[in-house]
Design a protein around this ligand. Structure first.
Ligand SMILES: Cc1cc2nc3c(=O)[nH]c(=O)nc-3n(C[C@H](O)[C@H](O)[C@H](O)COP(=O)(O)OP(=O)(O)OC[C@H]3O[C@@H](n4cnc5c(N)ncnc54)[C@H](O)[C@@H]3O)c2cc1C
Length: 457
């Protein structure tokens, strides 16, 4: 049996950072990966979906033949996803000194993982210093009678297919549902989003969901909120028919299920470590991402903010801890982005979450369409016809920024300073004194911060 310092079980965005960093520092490391090295993000999630969103925006601007534009978009999507070829990632791992074992891994002893390669004999590897669990998440399937039998797409299936359905129903109005709705409707599909919560992007303040609905509707998407799906069936004509809780029926060529993700924990042998984790429940960690001494978890499997940037941050924390320079992570300022056009960047608390926690907060908003930059887009006809708004939230006592929500063109980029402001505990008055370039979208920050400072009394 092979014995190494560190075993990484699941090499997605989080596991890969640990593996590369720890191997480069000279520790011996074995990586166990059942699928593609690099995980979901580069091949089946963030990268292909963002490539499609950029192509869709380009097509909305330039027009032309929708079918040709779609085929071009699929080609660019697949190029961005490296045609799901993980060889460069494997070479990167090997160059840093890590050893890759392809196959599904399972913990079989207090320091031992058994690896089942596809069609091969199981092998075992044991760790001396640390095991890192980075097994990610998988699409959650809603409990809808008949849905299993209608060939519904997950986001992974959609992002691997070249099909452009004429009619598409997207179940779920979270980030993935909103982004993919905009993609398919841009290329001419007739898209309906069905969301059971009263609004899209249900974790954000209500105005955000309303703004996203307005943006998607402006692009032709039919947005149905506050309604669930009771049953699904395939009609004799081959269409999928969905019966909704408001007694209406939808028919479509395809259904895309985007109702959330579940941590991958089943069959991992966590009980061998004395951990009792229910199927689909996260592996809980401390602020250094440690589960029990010598065992860490990173990424979606931890249930902490399911983004690539969370996974890579946790990967850095774990690598530091293993290498003897550990420190607690700070998870209060993880950005939440939606890359539609217009898009969303939010960080820290929403106003609703603050009130639910019983925190006393003050809020201020600014209409982003009042900036000089928006004026230029309005004159040149390039301003999206959807609301654009910035909301800042400060603790009523200390005056420091505890949340920010930006909805508008390019929000993922220009609002990034608010991530720093929340992370650093910046006072609203200090933020109001920051000078922004003219005519940048970020000019919206100053008047909002000045109003917020004034509201603090
Ligand atoms: C459509 C879509 C779009 C997204 N867009 C964004 C975005 O724009 N920005 C963003 O930040 N996030 C985005 N996300 C979320 C992001 O993809 C995830 O947060 C990120 O990929 C999580 O990384 P991870 O390391 O936790 O897991 P993963 O990348 O999923 O990697 C886990 C790996 O573990 C392997 N594995 C599982 N079980 C075993 C086992 N028993 N043995 C061996 N290997 C195993 C799997 O094969 C997989 O490769 C998106 C998600 C989706 C679905």
């Amino acid at each position: 049996m092979r014995e190494v310092d560190v075993v990484v079980l699941g090499c997605g965005s989080g596991g890969e950072v640990v593996a590369n960093t720890v191997a480069a520092a000279g520790l011996s490391i074995t990586v166990v990966e059942a699928g593609l090295v690099g995980g979901t993000c580069p091949y089946l999630a963030c990268v292909p979906s963002k490539a499609l969103l950029l192509s869709a925006a380009e097509y909305r601007r330039c027009g032309g033949d929708a079918h040709a534009a779609w085929l071009r978009a699929v080609r660019h999507r697949d190029e961005a996803a490296r045609h799901r070829d993980d060889r460069p990632a494997v070479e990167g791992l090997e160059k840093s000194g890590a050893v890759l074992l392809r196959g599904r891994g399972r913990i079989v002893g207090p320091h031992e993982v058994e690896v089942h390669p596809p069609g091969g004999q199981p092998t075992r590897v044991s760790w001396r210093r640390a095991l890192v669990i980075g097994t990610g998440s998988t699409s959650a399937q809603p409990a809808v009678e008949g849905l299993d039998g209608v060939g519904a797409w997950t986001s992974e299936a959609a992002l691997s297919s070249a099909e452009l359905p004429r009619t598409l129903v997207v179940l779920g109005g979270g980030a993935v549902g909103c982004e993919l709705s905009q993609v398919y409707s841009s290329f001419g599909a007739s898209v309906t989003v069905v969301e059971a919560a009263p609004r899209l992007l249900a974790g954000e303040d209500p105005w955000v969901g309303d703004a996203m609905s307005a943006a998607l509707r402006a692009g032709g998407v039919d947005v149905r909120t506050g309604v669930g799906v009771d049953t699904a069936e395939r009609s004799p004509g081959g269409q999928v028919r969905l019966h909704l809780s408001d007694a209406t029926t939808l028919s479509a060529d395809r259904v895309l299920v985007a109702t959330g993700r579940r941590p991958v924990t089943s069959g991992l042998g966590l009980d061998v470590l004395g951990l009792h984790v229910q199927d689909g429940e996260p592996v809980l960690t401390d602020a250094r991402c440690q589960v029990v001494p010598g065992v860490y978890a990173v990424g979606d499997v931890t249930g902490v903010a399911p983004y690539t940037h969370t996974a890579t941050y946790q990967g850095r924390l774990v690598a530091d801890d293993i290498l003897g320079r550990g420190h607690d992570g700070s998870f209060a300022a993880i950005p939440r982005a939606v890359y539609t056009e217009p898009g969303l960047l939010s960080v820290g608390l929403s106003e609703q979450a603050a009130r639910d926690q019983g925190r006393s907060v003050r809020a201020a908003t600014f209409d982003v369409s009042q900036t000089g930059r928006a004026f230029l887009h309005q004159v040149t006809g390039t301003m999206p016809s959807a609301p654009a708004r910035l909301q800042l939230l400060a603790d009523a006592v200390s005056g420091v920024l505890v949340g920010a929500t930006a909805f508008g063109p390019g929000a993922d980029s220009w609002a990034a300073e608010l991530v720093l402001a929340v992370r650093a505990g910046t006072h609203a008055g200090t933020l109001a004194d920051v000078v922004h370039a003219f005519p940048a979208w970020s000019e919206a920050v100053q008047p909002a911060a000045a109003e917020l400072a004034g509201n603090l009394g």
